[in-house]
Design a protein around this ligand. Sequence first.
Ligand SMILES: [Zn+2]
Ligand SMILES: [Zn+2]
Length: 334
Amino acid sequence: MERREFISMTSLSTAAAAALLADEAQGQAPPPAPRPLSVTLLGTGTPSPSLARQSSGYLVEVGRDLIVWDHGPGAHHRLLQSGHRSVDVTHAFFTHLHYDHCMDYGRLVLQRWDQGADRVADLKVYGPPPIARMTEQLFGADGIYGPDIRARMEHKSSQDQFEARGGTLPRRRPAPAVTEIHAGSVVKGEGWTLTVGHAQHVQPYLECLAFRIDTPEGSICYTGDSGPHDAIVELAKGCDILIHMNHYFSGTEPSPAYRAACGNHRDNAVIARRAGAKTLVLTHLLGQIDQPSVREQIVHEIQTAYDGKVIWGEDLMKLTLAGSKVSTIETRQG
Ligand SMILES: [Zn+2]
Ligand SMILES: [Zn+2]
């Protein structure tokens, strides 16, 4: 089989396959065209099982980078539905290591490693400790996937497949470039700056973070999982899009501890108003509030206390920013 045909049959995206062929022809892949700033909601659900709402995940497209914020169970499936592939992702950031925010990390790294065949740069990974230890325990020689990785590196059939994908033996093991981050950390990319903030959630058991990305086209703040806290307001000050968990209808939280860790819809109105966020996207939605009339009541009550735009998030919704304004909102689900 011709290599060109083979590439077309693999699960590499069209853009990635074209880049590989160009690489072969010219010795160097041209950089992908810069994209406008956008965020796609990959998972707007919770740990509770739901086919309509996968667990937490967001995809930020900025310039030549494709950044995922959290990658909970189902988020990777949504990434594929959004028209992207693991090999297209350049950066992964984790707010905290609750499983509903990181369970598809293994899938992202292993599929990227397999499909990329040593021809894509190592994934850049950022998250609170113990993300480095988790990475080693997943992909290290003695890690959970250690035996699988060794088999794929050393069995002849896997080596043949690897070479057919354009790899050169010996095959390297997956090596995500992990940086542990904390509130106050700043990460700079090409045309973007990401600032890490504090989220109030389940400390001291997990370090919990929030993210804000600033670009010439606008700013997006994602507060991870967080109850009401001044640090969230500070991080979100004047942002164009604020993505915030809306786990509970006010007054229905099981306990004060739940409210402190997860907030409620009236808390969210106050946070958005104090921050001066232009658009508030509600996410991390439980099935019990994701109902006709409850939805409308929550949005209406938030709008009485906050004069920005309120959006009830859904999986695969894509918001594009141009000149600090939400220029388009696309949805893919019926
Ligand atoms: Zn969560
Ligand atoms: Zn959480």
